[in-house]
Design a protein around this ligand. Structure first.
Ligand SMILES: *[C@@H]1O[C@H](CO)[C@@H](O)[C@H](O)[C@H]1NC(C)=O
Ligand SMILES: *[C@@H]1O[C@H](CO)[C@@H](O)[C@H](O)[C@H]1NC(C)=O
Ligand SMILES: *[C@@H]1O[C@H](CO)[C@@H](O)[C@H](O)[C@H]1NC(C)=O
Ligand SMILES: *[C@@H]1O[C@H](CO)[C@@H](O)[C@H](O)[C@H]1NC(C)=O
Length: 418
């Protein structure tokens, strides 16, 4: 057996830092001035806060949930093809189950690291946080070794076809409910749409899908400078032997000085869209502690394929393998009209990964779109759906309102999204 290769995260980070330095110095793109923390003595309160932030950056999701006073549970779910996934639960026995599914390079942590405040868990929901195969919580298999190559032969297609159905069936079995509520961010939407088009019987198991920054159609994303560079150089850069990516420690490099931290934040902004105004810089160490949580290289390649081809379709191999698998030269596109779950879409103008016009094109093709909401802030970016200082006011309050409107949820329904 070959030893699989893990792409050096430091190399990527180094590139980002370098590119950002270049942008900074050649284009004179000035970084917003934030008020410099003066060197005054830290108060007791600030000290406690700093300690708590350091702690949060190093706690697993279940411990984090427990720390903030919610009943946390860890569940293991085995998929049809043998992957053992971890789910985190903020338990509320008897309440409507709600599945929140994370995006690329993220984990269940994405929905909780910013701390609770007007949370879904406070609004009478039984919250389940999924973890897709390959991320740091879902690296186990009934017979494959996560250290071997075979384990990593999946893209987000398999997450949609195997992981989500397994998690949904598990939740329904444990709670004895017939249907769940669902929220996805980015790839959490991609995979949901894969599930509902490939296994339409799952449409009946979901009351409503709320899609934040759905990465589905991506024709506009091709103009993204980093993505373009990455797709052009992906094969030579990464090589086909690479199986796993982005499970690294940014913490050390980014945390070295104020300036490296600032450059790391700029590197993140370069990918997701720039928005200093909503960025909670104090929480950056917590973000670094939980991101990136690991993905298969094939997941990234699959996204690059849909960006380049402009088609939302399963993974494309060589012509001969495509013929063997799909009986066509190209994989047939997912049929979005088969997604009959009522779907509410949230998107934003400064999302460099999900362009508003792509989201609107997708919306038209959905089987049962019930509304779309463009976040009323022009700088709002791809990650602001989880990280923005005012995300509750800008997005979650709208979600609660939408939930309140479904006939299953009267009144002030809400959840521990964060
Ligand atoms: C993180 O937690 C582990 C134990 O869970 C501990 O051994 C380690 O020192 C901690 N690291 C930091 C940076 O706090
Ligand atoms: C929760 O939100 C309220 C209103 O925005 C704010 O005043 C309060 O400080 C927040 N609490 C925490 C713990 O973030
Ligand atoms: C992986 O799953 C098996 C059950 O199939 C279990 O015995 C083992 O402890 C798990 N390993 C890890 C690292 O969780
Ligand atoms: C997509 O599904 C709809 C509804 O079942 C069907 O009418 C249509 O022909 C399908 N489109 C394709 C391209 O298969």
């Amino acid at each position: 057996m070959h030893l699989r290769k893990v792409f050096s995260i430091k190399k990527i980070l180094f590139c980002f830092l370098l590119i950002n330095c270049l942008i900074k110095f050649t284009k004179l793109q000035l970084i917003d001035d934030e008020e410099d923390d003066s060197n005054e003595e830290e108060t007791q309160e600030e000290k406690a806060e700093r300690k708590s932030i350091t702690e949060d950056s190093n706690l697993s999701v279940d411990k984090l949930i427990a720390k903030y006073g919610y009943p946390a549970e860890v569940h293991h779910v085995t998929t049809e093809d043998g992957y053992i996934l971890t789910m985190h639960r903020i338990r509320k026995v008897g309440a409507q189950p709600f599945l929140l599914q994370h995006g690329l390079v993220d984990s269940s942590a994405g929905y909780v690291i910013m701390g609770p405040n007007i949370s879904l868990a406070d609004h009478n929901y039984d919250i389940w946080l999924g973890n897709a195969r390959g991320n740091r919580y879902s690296r186990n298999h009934t017979f494959l070794d996560p250290e071997g190559e075979k384990f990593w032969e999946f893209s987000w297609h398999e997450i949609g076809v195997y992981d989500l159905p397994a998690m949904i069936d598990y939740i329904l079995k444990i709670t004895r409910y017939k249907r769940i509520q669902y929220i996805g961010h980015s790839q959490g939407c991609t995979t949901f749409f894969v599930m509902c088009s490939m296994k339409p019987e799952y449409n009946k198991k979901v009351i409503m899908m709320q899609a934040m920054a759905p990465a589905v159609y991506a024709s506009e994303t091709e103009d993204h400078p980093y993505i373009r560079a990455m797709s052009l150089y992906f094969n030579s850069l990464v090589g086909s032997a690479i199986t796993e990516m982005f499970n690294g420690e940014f913490r050390f490099l980014c945390g070295m000085t104020e300036e490296t931290e600032r450059l790391c934040i700029e590197a993140v902004f370069a990918i997701v869209g720039r928005n200093w105004k909503e960025f909670n810089r104090k929480m950056f160490p917590v973000i670094l502690g939980h991101y990136p949580a690991g993905v298969a290289a094939k997941q990234v390649k699959h996204f690059i394929q849909i960006i380049k081809s402009g088609r939302f379709a399963p993974y494309s191999y060589s012509n001969s393998k495509n013929y063997a698998l799909y009986k066509e030269r190209e994989p047939p596109a997912y049929n979005l009209s088969l997604i009959t779950v009522p779907t509410y879409v949230y998107y934003s103008t400064n999302d460099l990964l999900c362009h508003p016009s792509d989201v609107e094109d997708m919306y038209k093709d959905l089987g049962r779109p019930i509304g779309k909401y463009l976040v009323p802030m022009k700088e709002f970016n791809h990650m602001d759906f989880l990280w923005a200082l005012n995300v509750r006011r800008l997005v979650y309050s709208k979600m609660l309102q939408v939930l309140g409107k479904t006939k299953h949820h009267k009144g002030n329904a809400a959840a521990y999204i964060q």
